[in-house]
Design a protein around this ligand. Structure first.
Ligand SMILES: *Cc1c(COP(=O)(O)O)cnc(C)c1O
Length: 459
């Protein structure tokens, strides 16, 4: 196809595309959370320019993008104009999801965020951390400083893949409320600081702003996994974090059809290692280079399934949080329960920190998410008899290793998410044999409590 355009002409076309994108981002930044979640950057102009006027973002089930002529291909593959090129690198459908998450993670600020969608939450964590764990002979042996209160998969990725297999020292912060513990673990060899907000399943949090300051004083980035809060409650980038990761599998795509992840970064992150290009726009750099070479890309079908659920995130989080508080209050007052961990309870050790960081977008209202953990009373601390009796008696609440779902799910963590960690790992994460995580769904709270009540009565 002869367009008579030179490479320079194509680069100019690319400039116009980028200018239009900048305008669209600016316009989207004036809209409210629910509107952004619903529309992202998929405007009428976008629908009518090449998307057949489709009201919903189309699923591009296509491996590759075609170029009009050699000059077009040359400009695109030099990354001198926007291109999606090949679906391992990028895809228009995944792009719609990335646009929306980028806007939501930076919602309520003038931060310009870039997002990269991945095949899973674990792939997002790997993609977010790999670039900081590169060889640099001018620095001492590398280490990672991370909260010990982590999702089981992340614990495994850090302790088995990073530490045992790659020899990277992992320093566990056992009490994430203790700023001195974060500070004293960091030294010249530390490449990044990592934490979950709130953690899965212990529901521990930390002071994002203060930990970001500590990391930045050491010249390293703070990476936060905010899966269990979601951008409808907590946006770590607004509090100084450099990179935020999400398991999009959880509450973002609540209907449970697909696995997916996201990694979102602010511009000009702080790091001791890596190129200036990497630090300038981390998520875009990662997409163009290591992500392309490693291949953890998301399927365009999963991207659109996730995007469709994402639109109603804020209203679901509002309802699920209200239900979470009702269920937590019921459980806290139950004689067969020892302890309940839920950021909305006054008894929660970091209730004040939760009040600072967990607010429903577009309101000043504290909401505390959908996840809680409880310890069921046992005869001896190592027992799990009562917990199992309760668990096996559940009739509506699902027994599964899942969370953020529209359906309420209960998990006995010592035999599921944290089975492989062994005794030591469970101790680090404070998982007892009787620990049960409950992720409340969108059912009526009365019916959830009824099921818990009848199951507890079997003990
Ligand atoms: C589930 C989960 C992950 C991993 O996400 P996948 O999509 O299952 O790979 C990471 N972090 C947290 C907090 C999670 O709950």
């Amino acid at each position: 196809m002869q367009t008579n355009r030179t490479k320079e002409d194509w680069i100019e076309v690319g400039r116009q595309m980028m200018a239009e994108r900048t305008m669209a981002i600016k316009a989207a930044k004036t809209k409210k959370f629910d509107t952004v979640a619903t529309h992202g950057l998929y405007t009428m102009e976008k629908a009518f320019s090449g998307n057949s006027g489709s009201i919903m973002e189309p699923i591009y089930l296509s491996t590759a993008e075609a170029y009009m002529d050699s000059a077009h291909m040359e400009a695109a593959l030099a990354y001198e104009m926007p291109t999606w090129c090949y679906s391992r690198i990028a895809n228009p459908s995944s792009g719609f999801l990335e646009d929306t998450i980028g806007l939501l993670e930076s919602y309520g600020s003038d931060i310009e965020a870039s997002c990269l969608a991945t095949a899973s939450g674990m792939a997002a964590i790997k993609t977010a951390t790999d670039p900081f764990l590169i060889k640099d002979n001018s620095l001492p042996a590398m280490n990672i400083v991370t909260s010990a209160k982590l999702y089981g998969g992340t614990f495994q990725q850090f302790s088995v893949r990073r530490c045992q297999e790659q020899g990277i020292e992992v320093r566990w912060v056992k009490n994430p409320y203790d700023l001195n513990e974060w500070r004293s673990n960091i030294d010249e060899g530390t490449r990044f600081v990592y934490g979950e907000f709130p953690s899965n399943p212990a529901v521990a949090i930390f002071d994002i702003e203060e930990v970001a300051k500590i990391a930045h004083a050491a010249g390293i980035p703070l990476i936060v996994d905010a899966t269990c809060a979601s951008p409808a409650l907590t946006r770590p980038l607004l509090h100084g974090a450099d990179i935020v990761v999400q398991s999009g599998t959880k509450v973002i795509s609540t209907n449970g059809t697909s696995i997916c992840g996201m990694m979102t970064s602010r511009k000009n992150i702080i790091s001791k290692v890596g190129s200036d290009e990497m630090k300038a726009d981390f998520a875009v750099w990662a997409k163009l280079w290591p992500f392309r070479d490693n291949g953890p890309s998301i399927s365009p079908i999963n991207a659109i399934l996730t995007l469709n659920d994402l639109r109603s995130l804020r209203m679901r989080i509002a309802q699920m949080s209200d239900t979470g508080l009702k269920v937590a209050t019921y459980l806290e007052n139950h004689p067969k329960i020892d302890k309940v961990y839920y950021p909305g309870l006054k008894s929660y050790p970091a209730h004040e920190i939760a009040n600072k960081y967990m607010k429903l977008a577009d309101t000043n209202e504290n909401k505390y998410s959908y996840m809680l953990a409880m310890e069921i009373k046992e005869k001896a601390p190592a027992d799990s008899k009562n917990a199992r009796t309760f668990y096996d008696a559940l009739q509506m609440i699902w027994r599964a290793t899942d969370l953020g779902r529209c359906k309420t799910v209960a998990t006995l963590n010592a035999i599921s998410t944290h089975q492989q960690q062994g005794e030591e790992g469970r101790k680090l994460a404070e998982i007892k044999p009787s620990t049960c995580r409950i992720s409340v769904g969108i059912e009526d709270p009365e019916d959830i409590i009824k099921d818990l009540d009848q199951a507890l009565s079997k003990i």
